[in-house]
Design a protein around this ligand. Structure first.
Ligand SMILES: [Mg+2]
Length: 326
């Protein structure tokens, strides 16, 4: 597992698809670069990356409201993912959730009836680790978060410490400790740079809402007067690092999401075509409330099944109001 994120990050650092043949090798084939020294294991697998033989189109897709809703697969999600697998398309499933490692998340999703291999899951924790590694390799950080975040940052080559760290990194947890927040506040006041995995203020729960990372960041901000830099959606940084992880180019990638203000906005800003699905939080009139529009508005990912190699031919939802600005 230690190899996985560090090799992913290595890929992120080394770049574009055109320059690296080794990254495009069959996942089961022996590696021909220095990583050949490391025995292959489940955790060492890389996401399927775009190669010259790959289908033209790549996909980034949001998870909640697009593939999963209320802990059940969205109808058509399985077929959509199977088609991406079968055609060899490069794809990555994105989530702002930083609690779980991709492997844990993959296992959880599998219990909910959806098969997404860990190497095709890109969390805000992985994006944060990639950002830190790019900005300040082998640095130090004080991390308030759960294993998804601590593992990613540790595997990026960081030392986790509460003594004069370069960064304070805040992610999501279900057990925020007053002591840890007090420590974070004092380290930020002492000069540590303040990074937050994602800006979401709340998350859903069966009993109502849960305060999420953005709410705790607001507490630290109030106490320190320092604003964090947020990595997850809607920061297009999250999209760009995911694109690099699969060696895909924005102009031939579709971002599929259910929120205009995060998925569609950041997809647009990262230069991708964007599909808004109506299977999650948005309804047919949602797009009208924003000064930008998705490339297409579709009922759900079921509409893309059979068309992943020609996604711009997908039919839009017939729920779109005739009064919508087209
Ligand atoms: Mg969503």
């Amino acid at each position: 597992m230690a190899k996985k994120v560090s090799s992913l990050i290595n890929d992120l650092m080394t770049g574009d698809s055109s320059s690296s043949k080794t990254k495009t090798a069959d996942l089961t084939a022996p590696q021909v670069n220095e990583s050949a020294q490391v025995p292959a294991s489940e955790g060492d697998r890389k996401p399927r990356q775009k190669t010259e033989d790959s289908p033209k189109w790549s996909f980034l897709t949001d998870m909640d409201g697009v593939l999963i809703k209320e802990q059940k697969p969205v109808p058509g999600a399985d077929e959509f993912l199977a088609e991406l697998r079968d055609t060899g398309a490069a794809y990555m499933v994105l989530t702002n959730n930083s609690i779980f490692t991709p492997r844990d998340l993959s296992a959880k999703l599998s219990l909910q009836g959806i098969d997404i291999p860990p190497e095709h899951i890109w969390t805000s924790a992985l994006a944060t680790a990639a950002f830190l590694d790019e900005q300040n390799p082998n640095g130090t950080a004080y991390v308030v978060g759960e294993s998804g975040l601590t593992t990613a940052i540790h595997e990026a080559g960081y030392i986790l410490t509460d003594t004069d760290p370069d960064y304070v990194v805040l992610g999501e947890t279900r057990t925020y400790s007053f002591e840890a927040i007090t420590k974070a506040i004092n380290l930020v006041l002492g000069g540590a740079k303040f990074i937050c995995t994602n800006p979401d203020n709340t998350g859903p729960s069966p009993d109502g809402i849960l305060p999420a990372t953005g709410s705790v960041a607001a507490l630290i901000m109030a106490a320190t007067g320092k604003e964090p830099y947020y990595i997850g959606k809607p920061n297009p940084m999250m999209m760009r690092s995911a694109l690099r992880a699969i060696s895909a180019h924005s102009e031939s990638t579709i971002m599929v999401g259910d929120r205009m203000d995060t998925d569609i906005k950041s997809g647009l800003e990262a230069g991708m075509n964007t599909f808004l699905v109506l299977s999650g939080i948005s309804d047919a009139s949602s797009a009208d409330k924003f000064p930008y529009r998705p490339t297409k508005i579709i009922d759900s990912v079921a509409a893309i099944v059979g068309k992943t190699q020609d996604p711009l031919s997908v039919l839009e939802s017939d729920q779109i109001s005739e009064n919508s600005i087209r």
